[in-house]
Design a protein around this ligand. Structure first.
Ligand code: ATP
Ligand code: MG
Length: 239
């Protein structure tokens, strides 16, 4: 059974102020098996983030279906899931890394990673150990662990964001340009974690500008310009 099936998905935005409706994306179809990784490519404004936000239900999708194979709920249409179900899925099964760090104020980096682990009902010992492992893995300087992330650099914020999302080893992980502002060394760290997550069975959807980074890591590439799967990274349409 596929882990994620996007079936004729589309999303419109209505501006009540302007009295207009715009179709942001339409006719998106792809499916992913457990442990597969799909990369989404396409020009700016083509609706890549809208797809991710609709899977995570930050946006309420309005056309088609998005089926997720949940451990708790079985095959569930994320467009029709209740708010309670979505809250449960975000806590336990679906992770999301946005381009921007959007976390609780006055909470330290360490506390944020620990909170994520606690939501998974881990023991306090595991919470402490795993949080430090994750912060160290993404090479956040230990002097930053007990400070508030609003002082972090762009790359440090992004690495913290990735640590928070991956420490839970979600069943499905959504990555919106997770390497955009990172140097080569940090990009490799992200790659390593993606490889590990894949091995442990996590299914991933990622948006990347850096196509080279995805090579040998992605199982499929979805090209927004043609609305089709590109067989090889080299086949991606320049648009
Ligand atoms: N909340 C929103 N309200 C209205 N329009 C929106 C909203 N979110 C996205 N859009 C519109 O939907 C279209 C697709 O936006 P989206 O952010 O998905 O593009 P993208 O492919 O991720 O672009 P980029 O590569 O620049 O991040 C854009 O025209 C955008 O203006
Ligand atoms: Mg985007």
């Amino acid at each position: 059974m596929p882990m994620l099936e996007i079936d004729n998905f589309g999303k419109q935005f209505t501006s009540h102020q302007l009295g207009t409706t715009r179709q942001a994306v339409s006719q998106i179809n792809f499916s992913l098996d457990k442990g597969q990784f799909i990369g989404i490519v396409g020009k700016s404004g083509s609706g890549k983030s809208t797809i991710l936000k609709s899977i995570y239900r930050t946006y309420l999708p309005d056309q088609g279906s998005i089926y997720f194979h949940s451990k708790r709920f079985g095959r569930i249409d994320l467009m029709k899931a209740t708010e309670r179900q979505i809250i449960y899925l975000r806590k336990h099964e679906i992770g999301y890394v946005s381009q921007f760090l959007n976390v609780m104020p006055r909470t330290t980096a360490r506390q944020l990673v620990e909170q994520a682990l606690r939501e998974m009902d881990e023991t306090e010992e595991t919470v402490r150990v795993e949080a430090e492992k994750s912060l160290a893995h993404f090479e956040l300087d230990p002097s930053l662990w007990d400070t508030f992330p609003n002082i972090f650099s762009g790359g440090e914020k992004l690495r913290l964001n990735i640590a928070i999302a991956t420490v839970k080893k979600p069943r499905l992980l959504l990555l919106d340009e997770p390497t955009a502002s990172l140097d080569q060394q940090s990009k490799l760290k992200v790659r390593q974690v993606i490889e590990k997550l894949k091995e442990s069975g996590t299914t991933l959807v990622g948006i990347f500008h850096d196509i080279e980074f995805m090579e040998n890591l992605c199982d499929k590439v979805f090209d927004m310009n043609t609305r089709q799967l590109a067989l090889l990274v080299g086949d991606v349409h320049e648009g």
